[in-house]
Structures are given as C-alpha cells and as structure tokens.
Design a protein. Sequence first.
Length: 420
Amino acid sequence: MTRQTVAVGAFLSVCTCAYPQELGHPDASRAAASGRTASKRPGFGRGPDIIISTVNSVHSFGDDNGVSAFSTGYGVCNIGDAAVEYDGNTNRHPVITESMYRLEAGRFEQIGILWTYHTFFATRERVCGPCLYPEGVPLGIVLGVGCSSWEPGWITGVQHWLGPRSQVNAHTGEFRYPYNAPPSESVISRRLQVHNADLDPDMNTGARYFAEVLIVAPDDAAAGNAANNASYREVVVTPYDGAACRIEYCADEVGSTEAKQPAIRAWSMSNPDVVETEVRVPGEGRFVLAAAASDLGDGWWHYEYALYNMNSDRSARVVSVPVPPEVPVENVGFHAVDYHSGEPYDGTDWPVAVDDLGVTWATETFDDNPNANALRWGTLYNFRFDTDAPPAPAELTITLFKPGTPATVTAASIGPGPPL
C-alpha cells in the first residue's frame, strides 16, 4: 500500500526556528520596528506568521463524574516578517484550543477538547532566534518578528479566560469579544475534558496519547499563514498512585514537540500503511484525511478513516466512501468527541446509509439545524466498516455543512476494490 505524503512543513523543534543571517540587516530591523512588512526573505512567511513551537507542561485539574480535566502549556514563535497583534482588550489577539487524542489498536481518535483560551500578553523572548520588537509599542500587545512567548498549563486552564469554540471562525481568525458563556459549574468546566474510561490502562491496553495545541490569530489568518498553526506532542497518562499523581488521572509530556503538524500526523508516523491526504476547501480552510485498511483474515478487511478539520468554518456534514455494489458491508461505526460546558452543538452521532454506491455518514443540514453535529474546526471524527474486498485507490466525497461554493470536496484515498 502506498502512503501519500502531504507535508505541511518540516518538523520544527523549539530551537530550529532561528532566522537567517540577513535578519540583522538594518533595513529589515527598521521595517520590523516600525511595524511595516519587510521585504521577502528566504525562510520567512509574508506578514504575521505565528506557530506553536512547543507543547509542554500538561496540567491536571481533577475529575468530576468520571471525566478528568486538563490543560496544556505551550510556546509560540512569530516566524513571519511582521508583528502579531496580542491585544487582550479587543478581538485582535490569538486564541488557542487544545485536544487530546488516543492511538489504540489501529484507531486514531480524538477523546478530549478544550474551549478556547484567550491570550492577553506576549513576552519578547529569544528562544526562536533574534527578537525584533516594534519601537514605541508597549510591551505585551504584539509578538514581534522572531519573538517567542509561552504560557504554562495551569494558565491555559483558568476558566474565566476560556471562551466557547462556537464563537470563533478559525478560517478568518475572527471571534466574538468579549465572549459570552454559561458559568463554570465544576472543576472540569470549559477545560480539556476526557472520559476516565478513555484513559484507564486496563481498558486501553497499549494505547498512546497525544496532546495538540492549535492557535488562531486574526492577522495570521488574513496573511494566509494558518496552515502551520497546530503542533502536537506525545503524553503519558498516569493513574492515581497517591504520590506524584494525587488525582484520578495525570498526564505528562514525553518525547519532543512535532511543530507545525496537527496530531493526526502521529497515526501515519506510527504506521507507514496509513494513507494521508490534505483536502483544501477553495478559498477557505483545510481538512486532513487519514485512512488505513487492515487484513482481518479469511478474506475480510477493516477500513478505518479519520477526518480532521483544522480550520474550515464551513465544516463537514457528509462523508461518503465508494464501495462496489456486490461487496458486503458490516460493522459500520462512527466516533466523535463530546462537546461540553454549554457549547450549543448537538452531539448526535451521524446516521449511516449503505447502498449500491457505498457507505455514507451524514448529519443534518445547516438549514435544518445550524447547531447540528457537523465536523467543525479543531475536531476529528472517525468512520469505519468491514468488507471482504481488499483496498484499492478510491475517491471519498466530503459534503460541506455551511452553504457556499463548492458544496463538496473530494479526497484521494483508499477504499474497497472489486471483490477477488
């Protein structure tokens, strides 16, 4: 089976985002200091370009009714050639959201989501290279060219700084400010919530876990630099031991950050048979589709699909996999992460239909229910089934949720071929 390599950018560690030597040229320095865009230089993004350079310091807050709450610290770098706005008193600042994923038995699933953390202050550290801060601008309200900043995990989980995802357009970077939301009612409200059953080592033998941080910024999005805004890191989950972990479940980071890469990349990184395809909505956001076919023996195959919506505001409501009419389909499944803490979205699983054209999962239309369980930004859903046909190249169809043109996009992937 052939893996399709669809790279967003080279892996970037915290210390490999250093700037080329020409950054020190006086003209470039004066342009950055004045807030103007400097001339295009090799390795630089045009305009503001903020990335998550590190994922670190996972903080555990406790659990309530079988659900544990976390938040993740992170570092950012501005690898562009103009400052990123960071004004916490307006809607001209970045917001970040966090997710947790589990890789187990050939399935890569999203098992937890945070609301959005509203940033309010940027430091001017030099972790990523020389930091050029605009002259005369008060400290904290911009992230200068080459500058870095960071937030610890306990800060990104402060509940009154967390606003609903539903009030953010991840494609444009626009969001409601000040946000409105129902009050926090427990220790897990608004935070990155994960069901304890998804963390229990006795129920998830051999499972690996990954934390993802995704940043959305209005000026970064306007400059067309949002494709590199997600980074992830593997984490280890520890059950209560009465000592280091004093609550139901704790999580600590391991390994290194895979910067400028969404967490779905971890599946193909661990399994070369995973077929990965980037799907761009013309003039809008992007999805990533990952798929794998597993030989079950006796001529049967299991097909597993994970579709990640990174920043498409139009979202997705239908996924169709072509299957030859004579091929039987069994064990059809669907998985979606739970929204929580008063987000308005309906969490109903997508119904499935199997006919001569294939297998189709679909939620309600936007006209019928604007809060239907569409695949929205920063979210991953799973689709699966078994057949007795081996894998072959296939084109999946994704129908978008919000009205617009085009109504559908396609993804070159794999699916059941003609029966042997």
